[in-house]
Design a protein around this ligand. Structure first.
Ligand SMILES: [Cu+2]
Length: 304
């Protein structure tokens, strides 16, 4: 059975490696039947993270292989039958130095790329757009921008929130008068929002993450971008990403924040640079209504 497991292990690592290639697939972050490994990387940061992870898996694989073979050989070679008179020595300087030094070198070999990646990820380059993502205590996200001195702010709720089952979502949203394209597909249920975060493609996006004052902990996470930042009331955390393609990407709140934790998805719409401002203002208008002041954040009207 062991060789079977090894083959599965090798297959798993190969699949992880395969996910590092650039794909033009849309709707990254949507669950797919039989999917395995990481989501397609849409940023350089996530590509680096995947190659680091694949490298670490290979190191862990060979260490496990080595230890398993050594253990098997020892059990076989030094059994009572084959080795009736055991040797009595208790020290061997050469091997003691080796089994101390080799693991230290392996750990240093792991630490170096890990710290290098951390430094890359934690250093925010000069940004083109800054977005403030605020986790709301009623379980949704608020997004705030300042574009050409103009404040843009809106709330992003789960599309079809407040219903217990997917059938109820379809039925309920139809009764509310929603069009077919507003109703999320089953795969997009709990991922699609009423108003996505909008960002331009191939631009450095700085995301400032926090939580409502007096609120609870959330976390802003989009796996395809390789970002995850805790949202803590009274504290401003920063992360950044630069997406290499136009499309829609999904993430979810990734810190257990309470009753509505699974109902506060993150939908990021990546658009061409020249379409960015118009699309952002359009989303703000959809979210807040045409007459609402841009600085006013919509109140959650969805049933909880
Ligand atoms: Cu949350």
């Amino acid at each position: 059975m062991r060789s079977g497991h090894l083959l599965i292990g090798l297959g798993a690592v190969a699949t992880l490696a395969a996910t590092t290639g650039i794909s033009l697939a849309q709707d990254i972050g949507v669950p797919k039947a039989g999917a395995f490994g990481y989501q397609d990387a849409a940023t350089e940061s996530m590509r680096r993270l995947i190659s680091l992870s694949v490298g670490l898996h290979w190191i862990a694989f060979f260490i496990t292989l080595f230890v398993t073979i050594l253990l098997g050989y020892t059990c076989w070679r030094f059994s009572e039958k084959r080795n009736p008179v055991p040797s009595r020595f208790s020290h061997n300087t050469t091997i003691e130095v080796a089994w101390t030094l080799i693991p230290v070198l392996i750990l240093v070999g792991i630490a170096y790329p890990s710290i290098k990646y951390l430094y890359y990820q934690e250093t925010v380059p000069p940004s083109d757009v800054t977005v403030k993502a605020i986790g709301a205590s009623g379980w949704w996200w608020n997004y705030e921008y300042e574009i050409d001195g103009e404040e843009v702010a809106y709330s992003s709720f789960m599309a079809g929130g407040g219903y217990a089952t997917y059938d109820d979502v379809v039925k309920g949203m139809k009764e509310e008068g929603a069009s077919d394209e507003d109703i999320p597909s089953l795969a997009l249920w709990k991922l699609k929002t009423t108003a996505p975060m909008v960002v331009p493609v191939n631009s450095i996006i700085r995301v400032q993450v926090t939580s409502e004052p007096g609120g609870v902990l959330h976390a802003f996470a989009v796996p395809a971008f390789g970002v995850k930042a805790d949202a803590v009331p009274g504290s401003l955390h920063e992360t950044w990403f630069e997406v290499d393609r136009v499309g829609t990407f999904y993430g979810q709140c990734s810190e257990l924040c309470g009753r509505g934790h699974s109902y506060m998805p993150i939908e990021v719409e990546v658009v061409e640079k020249e379409d960015f401002k118009a699309r952002l203002l359009e989303v703000q208008e959809i979210a807040n209504g045409p007459s609402t002041s841009s600085t006013k954040v919509a109140v959650n009207t969805l049933a909880e």
